[in-house]
Design a protein around this ligand. Structure first.
Ligand code: GLU
Length: 299
């Protein structure tokens, strides 16, 4: 059965850009008569303001995005991440690492070709630290090209050894990486298709690699064009994107549907939220967003 999800990091309240991705994944799941789950990716406590989770949940409800089952919280799922690490360790793919960012730079690391930052030069792969209190864990990658056909952005490929090198599963401060936690949850929650923002496109090959190494079938992916502010930056908390006003849910939904290129009518914002959502489920199609590039919005 189809299962999709929305997986916000609670670094702040939802903004227009996150509404677009939430809505696209919701509409796709509902149209496929599938399940739609909401998972709060609260694995980075220092970056999470105290009321962000409540505000996100409040906004989803106000905008008529009803999820199935219980909300899940990554902060409560460490045992699953540890089990996955153990499985990968038994496959001989993991090694400890005590390199600081500075040491990685000093080792002459090159910048990867996928916008993911420095390529880990493999220092600890060749001579792993024997002991230490704060060791990170990395997974070995190889010189293979990972390919996938994105439902919205078309064929993609990335060679992990040229994009990031051996990447982190757990950081030196003990926090799990987004790649590990997200991938493990998508597997355990039985997610069959992942609709999310195109800003995550270059992260996806690492998720595919991990999924394969954990011996599981890879889900389908569709990366939706992201909303940009008038200066051309992705809407995000860092760029001071405005929080969604839940009292304007009709207007917000209609603007998000317009962004998704649905043929909305001018009088739609006045309709009850449930009617806007029903109309959107009947009219949604992934096709309208195929190949669409990031778009500027006045939000
Ligand atoms: N938590 C990630 C974010 O808010 C999204 C993860 C995902 O959809 O895979 O950017």
């Amino acid at each position: 059965m189809y299962a999709g999800r929305f997986a916000p990091s609670p670094t702040g309240p939802l903004h227009f850009g996150s509404l677009v991705t939430a809505l696209a994944s919701f509409l796709r799941a509902r149209q496929q008569s599938g399940r739609w789950l909401v998972r709060i990716e609260d694995i980075d406590p220092p970056r999470q303001p105290g009321d962000a989770i409540e505000r996100i949940v409040g906004s989803l409800i106000a905008h008529g995005l009803d999820w199935d089952g219980e909300l899940t919280f990554q902060s409560k799922r460490s045992s699953h991440y540890d089990q996955a690490i153990e499985q990968l360790r038994q496959s001989g793919l993991i090694y400890p690492c005590d390199c600081s960012r500075r040491q990685i730079k000093d080792a002459g690391a090159k910048i990867g070709d996928a916008g993911l930052g420095l390529i880990y030069p493999g220092t600890c792969r060749h001579s792993p630290p024997l002991h230490g209190d704060s060791l990170a864990l990395r997974i070995r990658v190889n010189d293979e090209v990972i390919r996938f056909d994105d439902l919205l952005q078309g064929p993609q490929e990335q060679n992990l050894s040229k994009a990031s090198g051996d990447f982190l599963l757990r950081r030196r401060d003990g926090l799990y990486s987004y790649a590990l936690a997200g991938t493990v949850d998508d597997i355990l929650q039985g997610i069959t298709e992942i609709i999310r923002g195109a800003d995550l496109l270059s992260e996806t090959p690492r998720h595919i690699y991990l999924t394969r190494k954990l011996g599981v079938e890879v889900p389908k992916y569709g990366h939706v064009a992201v909303a940009l502010n008038p200066a051309g930056q992705k809407l995000s908390k860092q760029n001071y994107a405005r929080a969604l006003d839940d009292n304007q849910a009709g207007e917000n939904l209609v603007a998000a549907l317009r962004f998704l290129r649905l043929p909305v009518q001018n009088d739609m914002p006045q309709l009850p939220i449930s009617e806007i959502i029903d109309w959107a489920i009947s009219n949604f199609s992934l096709d309208t967003m195929k190949g669409v590039e990031s778009q500027r919005v006045n939000f």
